[in-house]
Design a protein around this ligand. Structure first.
Ligand code: 13P
Ligand code: ZN
Length: 275
């Protein structure tokens, strides 16, 4: 048996390929992580290295992730190469008992490190694990063009982005009733952007990184991928409509409330106007 036949690995590789096919992962752009269940770790353990790597300090800490295992894309690795050579482009990491360091137990056979955004993924996993009572397991970062383009023409507030996206496609309020968070432009890859993003992830399931891309999360790969896809599609419609001409009509706030009522979801009240 090959590690690629383990269900979670198969799904992870498929998600990487699907993201590449969507055009969201130019060069090494984007990264994906999944917190593994105990059962998944046991399925994967026979493939682990005989000798794990050295512990590497992360610069961020989360006690509720102590002892967890993560499947992650590698830093500088290309999503388009993942299906061809998962063992060179992906890795499995074990977290130490303090929750502040990782060590490599599988993958990156030609060398390398987990994604440079691992601090952001790690803190997002921590707040989401807490907020969802352990249900959330996937954090996904991509560079979709339309949502990134929107960050040049809209005020960088969660309210402005959530309203624009909700009104761009009728099913958006159902898919992300909590809206989307927005992180102002920052240097990627470090603790500062990780802290800012994880603060938003306490109450949002997606966070836009200004002039960079999007973070989305979910209990499984399908949900996180689907959220990324839905937000990016709404952003595309938003930009298409604006480039096509003057807006004559849109979904009113009363319509957003009606959708929430019909589908039994709770929209973030402070993002709605009173009408
Ligand atoms: P990595 O190659 O380190 O994952 O970085 C890609 C990226 O999108 C950084 O934000
Ligand atoms: Zn990025």
């Amino acid at each position: 048996m090959n590690i690629t036949h383990v269900k979670i690995m198969e799904g992870f590789i498929r998600a990487c390929e699907d993201g590449w096919l969507q055009g969201w992962h130019e060069r090494n752009g984007g990264n994906l992580t999944c917190r593994l269940t105990t059962e998944e770790v046991e399925e994967l353990r026979p493939f682990f290295k005989e000798q794990p790597g050295e512990w590497v300090h992360m610069g961020v800490k989360a006690e509720n992730l102590a002892g967890e295992y993560f499947l992650s894309t590698g830093s500088g690795k290309y999503f388009r190469n993942v299906p061809l050579a998962p063992q060179d482009n992906l890795c499995i990491l074990e977290i130490n008992s303090a929750g502040d360091s990782w060590r490599l137990v599988w993958g990156l056979e030609k060398g390398g490190n987990p994604t440079s955004e691992f601090p952001s993924h790690f803190l997002n996993h921590s707040v989401k694990k807490e907020a969802t009572k352990g249900e959330n397991r996937v954090i996904y970062h991509a560079h979709p063009a339309h949502i990134t383009a929107m960050t040049y023409i809209l005020p960088l507030t969660s309210r402005d982005f959530s309203r624009a996206l909700w009104k761009s496609e009728t099913e958006c309020p159902v898919v992300f009733p909590g809206g989307v968070g927005v992180v102002e432009w920052m240097v990627p890859g470090g603790a500062q952007i990780a802290l800012a993003t994880s603060e938003l992830m306490k109450t949002f399931d997606a966070a836009v990184w200004a002039h960079h891309g999007l973070f989305a999360c979910g209990p499984d790969l399908d949900t996180a991928f689907g959220l990324m896809h839905t937000i990016e599609k709404a952003a595309e419609i938003y930009l298409l409509a604006r480039s096509a001409g003057q807006e004559l009509q849109t979904i009113p706030d009363s319509g957003l409330r009606a959708i929430a009522e019909a589908y039994g979801v709770k929209l973030r009240e402070e993002f709605l106007d009173n009408q």
